[in-house]
Design a protein around this ligand. Sequence first.
Ligand SMILES: O=P(O)(O)OC[C@H]1O[C@](O)(CO)[C@@H](O)[C@@H]1O
Length: 243
Amino acid sequence: MNILTFRSNEELNEAGAGIITGLVQTNPRAVLGLATGGTPVGIYEEIVKTYRKGMVSFKSVTTFNLDEYVGIPEDHPESYHAYMNKHLFDHVDVSRERTHIPNGNAPELEQECARYNQLLDDAKQIDLQLLGLGHNGHIGFNEPDHALVSGTHIVELKDETRQANARFFNSIDEVPTHALTMGVGTILKAKMILLVVRGADKAEIVHRALKGPITTECPASLLQTHPHVVVLLDTESGRLINA
Ligand SMILES: O=P(O)(O)OC[C@H]1O[C@](O)(CO)[C@@H](O)[C@@H]1O
């Protein structure tokens, strides 16, 4: 595991964007696993800047997002479909047929999970999976539990996750109770994982995830078993790791 700590957000964003655009420059048909949440926004901004300079093209790239809320429309401003359009897809030349996000409004959610798993199987392997980290150690929406699910599945969000994400909604009551998420098995199958974490409030979970016991009670701790993980931290989130 390669853990890099950055003094400024700009440097962290440039490093994250550089890894992703560098991969696409060398492999224009790369399969990218993408994340949402507050953490990757600055990285997407840097990617768009690189694209606008004509230094990278996404036209042959395939993307798979980690997760989507259940029960809010795709055009709801806080859906992960809307997020990806706003922060990346509307600004680069990615082909929409090759972008994939689970459909949280599918009439049969189990069938939707099976469909998403099939698409992932057809793509064979994600070349780079971008991840943020939840305060309770979740990756994607894989919440701490006594057991974890390998493939895409429906998950009931923990109260702490709904509270953390309430900042994006008018009130906690509007935060969906369920989501569809790629499973930990699929995440760990990626060739490379790029975990990005920011903020003093994540210092403890970063330490637990990267240095603590490997346990399903902290899903991110399973990343310790992966052969190629790069972790980008700011000084605050890396405080305990670097102590
Ligand atoms: O980047 P944030 O907003 O702190 O969220 C951390 C993680 O939580 C999620 O938003 C899900 O709650 C993930 O998508 C993200 O990786």
